[in-house]
Design a protein around this ligand. Structure first.
Ligand code: URA
Length: 216
């Protein structure tokens, strides 16, 4: 069989999945999460759904990509290595994590098994579409003053279309809500230690501080 041509980037390669059927609004965030947690994940995803965490009415909601290995094991968002970096950056930006809402665009861990290891697989736009109705209702229930997209997958989910991450960085409107776009913490984890990594970390903390000021 001939090899397929090299794929274009993630979000232009898609998206065969139609918009999910319009679903009834859940009466509460807890009911929304409960309804979803009870459903089986799509193929290729871990069993456990990892819902968002934080107070309803939080001034800021942060949206990441998807739970990773640790998040799947613990059932909480942003608790693995990227989460630990995120926590440090929040503290440096003067943001108390317990006062903000933290969630993901995709609610199950997508992975490929390599021996005993589960290797992260990037979600497709079809995956993002699959979970988008949950994210939208979730954000409506929390009703933050600012919703922050951490990385390209969250930007796709919140913006509803493929947008270039770095050119979108900074304040942005997501439909009727004030938004803010920045990089995903795991991007910082992948940078080799050195000046560039320190500069990228400082820029990330500055973004978080700007989002905090927008939400004030
Ligand atoms: N990366 C994410 O996008 N979300 C998590 O919860 C953990 C890592």
């Amino acid at each position: 069989m001939p090899k397929p041509p090299p794929g274009p980037d993630l979000f232009s390669r898609l998206d065969p999945a139609p918009e999910p059927p319009v679903r009834e609004r859940a009466p509460s965030l807890a009911a929304l999460n409960e309804a979803f947690v009870g459903k089986p994940p799509p193929p290729g995803f871990a069993e456990r759904a990892v819902p968002g965490e934080g107070p309803i009415g939080a001034a800021i909601a942060f949206v990441g990509e998807q739970p990773g290995d640790q998040e799947d094991l613990q059932g909480r968002p942003f608790v693995g290595p990227a989460g630990q970096l995120f926590d440090r950056a929040l503290a440096e930006a003067g943001i108390d994590r317990s006062g903000v809402y933290v969630t993901n665009a995709v609610k199950h861990f997508k992975f490929v098994a390599r021996g005993k290891r589960r290797i992260h697989e990037k979600p497709t736009a079809g995956d993002v579409t699959h979970y988008r109705w949950w994210l939208e209702q979730e954000i409506d229930f929390v009703s933050p003053r600012v919703v922050v997209a951490l990385g390209a997958t969250a930007l796709l989910a919140l913006g509803g279309k493929a947008l270039p991450l770095l050119r979108s960085r900074g304040p942005m409107r997501f439909a009727n809500r004030q938004g803010y776009v920045t990089v995903h913490p795991s991007y910082l984890l992948r940078l080799p230690p050195g000046e560039d990594q320190r500069a990228a970390h400082s820029a990330f903390v500055a973004d978080l501080a700007q989002a905090r000021d927008l939400a004030a």
